[in-house]
Design a protein around this ligand. Sequence first.
Ligand code: KG4
Ligand code: ZN
Length: 358
Amino acid sequence: MKKKLTFLGIETSCDETAAAIVQENSNSTANVLSNIVSSQIKEHKKFGGVVPEIAARSHIENIDFIIEKALQKSKKKIKDLDGIAATAGPGLVVCLHVGFNIGKSIAAFGNKLFFPINHLEGHALSPSIENKISFPYLLLLVSGGHSQYLIVNGVNNYKQIGTTIDDAVGEAFDKTAKILNLGYPGGPNIEKFSKLGRKDSFILPQPIINRAGCNLSLAGLKTDVLRKSKNLKSNKERYNLAASFQETVNKILKKKTEVAMKQFKNEITNKSLKYFVVAGGVAANETIRKGLKEVSLKMNFKPIFPSREFCGDNAAMIAWAGIQRCKKKLFNKKNETVKSRWPLDIKAPFLKGPGLKF
Ligand code: KG4
Ligand code: ZN
């Protein structure tokens, strides 16, 4: 019988210190033996956002304990592992260094293969942890730092068909929560307080909604929330504005997803069962999930959402990406190091900054 690969994954790109032990299953899915995530929410809460130096110090304090815990829970020892995968970017460089260096050291001392992983590839491949799913598929990656539509042709083979030209969707949630004083982290709090408000009470802008293909723009929406927030007279109105913001994002994502699905259908003509995968922290949002399921039904796509534990940042997706790269023999170049910016599709145009025209 062929040996099943077992990997340690390490993730420290932002404010979560995470380690996981993952083993491949025979049906192209993963057996997550342990998935330990230590969130730094409490440490950053008083600043209303992630402070890189505090995040890096916290990773340094916790990482060895978290790795130890992941090994203990999985009942594996370093000698049982086939490889070690650590996030190498994109993210905060001071934070990335912590997980990357410890991963590289464990690999060197344990004589194991080492895989530097693109965090976005971790999210992109995360749906197949739990689902048997075939390439190519359409991916919407919506996190705190990124919002992209990608055609995932295979491991290491991504085509970006749309991206945000300003704020990422999670970033818009976080900034809006800050404007409305709803606490940190923004996404889950907007979702919580939206339940107390009416989603149709404010009409908010949907920038570039009928142009620019499936590219997204959210900065104007956030600015309008800021403007309207100055005239709020009660908590009820605050919740109404939160609910209207969430609903507007929902409408934007529904419309742009429909455009992305049309493009996918035009480009991938030989696939009858079409998968639409949503990954990243924002994929945890129930309203957005419901909206995207409706579009999938309309456009004849099968929607897939990773479980909550694999939506946000975690190390299981990093270990899983490492296993898949190993199977494809995509080995590390010796001089590889961490990088703050690392697009999945290096040919994609950089769509940020002044002077953009569609
Ligand atoms: O993927 P992730 O954990 O980290 C990054 O790679 O950025 O995503 C974090 C982002 C944050 O902006 C957070 O506010 C957002 O995901 N988020 C949500 C929800 N849960 C997390 N946004 C909307 N609704 C949620 N329930
Ligand atoms: Zn992420």
